[in-house]
Ligand binder design. Structure first.
Ligand SMILES: Cc1ncc(COP(=O)(O)O)c(C=O)c1O
Length: 458
């Protein structure tokens, strides 16, 4: 099959976007991937989804997977355990924030988040607090495509036609520079949500410690985290973090939750744990969450077929070994700030660019309407999509989004390379990206001069 790209009317695959022609990627080495026609692309997005944190074609991880597959690929973890699951749990607890003591393995991110919600509710029910079920979370987030994870966001644009299926959770607006730079409005919204639900009915506050696709590299102001920690203390709900992207090194810490002023009670992680070599996620809990079950019913029996399977856990162990032995958390922590500076410098003078943010190797660029420097860009200009297209033409894989219709953020780009990317490759990624943005910006500014102002901000 040498045809590339493939149009949606020439495949039996049900693609995500039918209007998009998809290059057929046949091999990868380091941060380069190659399509069926031999065209090479620099992968600035760790496999497109931020999962391939160690790059492509890692022989050590492939060897670990092969060795384990030959010995024992699969047993279920309901009546049996296996040394890989046991060992990987030990290793994760060793790098988790203080106080975390147990790990439940999952297949991916969304099911880890669903399980985190179930464990938070279980914690309360086991302690006799049966009324606590309500979850409060920031509206502008992405937690996955399942009904519960969609419901954790307050984004009608993302919910699409599935609104009637979604449980009614409570949402607060993000405290971004545009709407709430101090975090005061978000805290006031949190107080209103607590009061509206009745704090005795609230099970958990759920959020990304540092946002990924929904608000690239954004984290609330310190004041918000401190206020959240104080309210947890006062009202007794749990704090759960979605670390599906940030877990296992992405932001220059093993877990981003360790660096906030509100250490969570439960962490859900996934992508970087398998680094694109296996589907694996994990839920980590602090001792009091585990204790509630240990002293209560002594049962939490929900789980998927592949949870804790030897093959996936062998990959997880090889990934942690590589991250540790190559000092990649330290590399990301040390190199991240200068990478952000390089990105900012390369984008200087492009009026479309509001800012380049960065937390380790999770970087983001936010675009604004250059006519006033604050409004969202008009949706019909498709700036995010055009930037990805322009990057692609320059042999660069990026991921830009346009959540404008949800009202909290406009066009934005993610920039999230593998931790193993060389300085030369980072420089090349930045330069191709800036070239793509500059090219789109020129066209867009010309188009904007013919449009009436949008007043696109909320
Ligand atoms: C922040 C965040 N949470 C959760 C998920 C869902 O993870 P998965 O696709 O592995 O189910 C994603 C996926 O992109 C994500 O970026």
């Amino acid at each position: 099959m040498a045809e590339t790209p493939i149009e949606s009317d020439r495949t039996h695959v049900f693609p995500l976007e039918l209007a998009r022609a998809m290059p057929v990627i046949v091999r990868g080495e380091g941060v380069w991937v190659e399509d069926a026609a031999g065209r090479r692309y620099l992968d600035a997005m760790s496999g497109g989804s931020m999962a391939a944190t160690l790059g492509h074609g890692r022989h050590d991880i492939i060897a670990a997977a092969r060795t384990q597959a030959e010995k024992l690929a699969y047993v279920h973890n309901e009546r049996l355990t296996n040394p890989l699951q046991e060992h990987l749990a030990d290793e994760l607890i060793a790098v988790a924030p203080e106080g975390f003591s147990r790990v439940k393995f999952t297949v991916a991110g969304a099911d880890a988040i669903e399980m985190a919600i179930q464990l938070a509710r279980t914690y309360h029910v086991e302690r006799g607090d049966r009324d606590r079920w309500q979850v409060i979370s920031p509206a502008q987030a992405y937690h996955g495509p399942t009904m519960e994870t969609l419901a954790l966001t307050g984004r009608p644009g993302l919910h699409g036609p599935f609104g009637p299926y979604l449980p009614q959770h409570l949402h607060i607006p993000p405290s971004t520079w545009r709407f709430d730079p101090t975090g005061d409005a978000a805290l006031a919204a949190l107080d209103r949500a607590l009061e509206g639900a009745g704090p005795e009915n609230v099970s958990a506050f759920f959020c990304e410690a540092i946002s990924a696709a929904a608000l690239p590299a954004y984290t609330p102001p310190l004041r918000f985290w401190e206020g959240l920690a104080e309210r947890r203390e006062r009202f007794g709900f749990l704090v759960c973090f979605d670390e599906v992207v940030t877990g296992v090194g992405r932001t220059g810490n093993w877990f981003a939750g360790a660096a906030t002023a509100c250490v969570p009670d439960i962490i859900a992680t996934a992508k970087g744990l398998g680094a694109g070599y296996a589907a694996i996620g994990a839920v980590l809990v602090r001792e009091h969450v585990y204790e509630s079950v240990a002293r209560g019913s002594r049962r939490f029996t929900l789980g998927h077929t592949w949870d804790g399977a030897p093959l996936a856990c062998a990959v997880g162990l090889a990934v942690l070994e590589a991250v540790r032995s190559e000092r990649l958390v330290e590399r990301v922590r040390d190199r991240g700030p200068s990478l952000r500076d390089e990105l900012e410098r390369a984008l200087t003078g492009i009026p479309l660019v509001h800012e380049a943010r960065g937390q380790g190797y999770l970087l983001g660029v936010e675009y604004v309407d250059p006519r006033d420097g604050t409004s969202f860009l008009p949706r019909e200009l498709r700036v995010a999509a055009r930037i990805d297209e322009a990057a692609f033409e320059r042999g660069l894989i990026t991921l830009s989004t346009q959540p404008t219709r949800d009202g909290f953020a406009g066009d934005q780009s993610l920039f999230a390379p593998a931790f193993t990317t060389t300085d030369e490759e980072l420089g090349e990624m930045v330069s191709r990206f800036a070239d793509a943005v500059g090219h789109v910006a020129e066209d867009v500014e010309e188009e904007l001069s013919t449009l009436s102002p949008t007043g696109g901000s909320r």
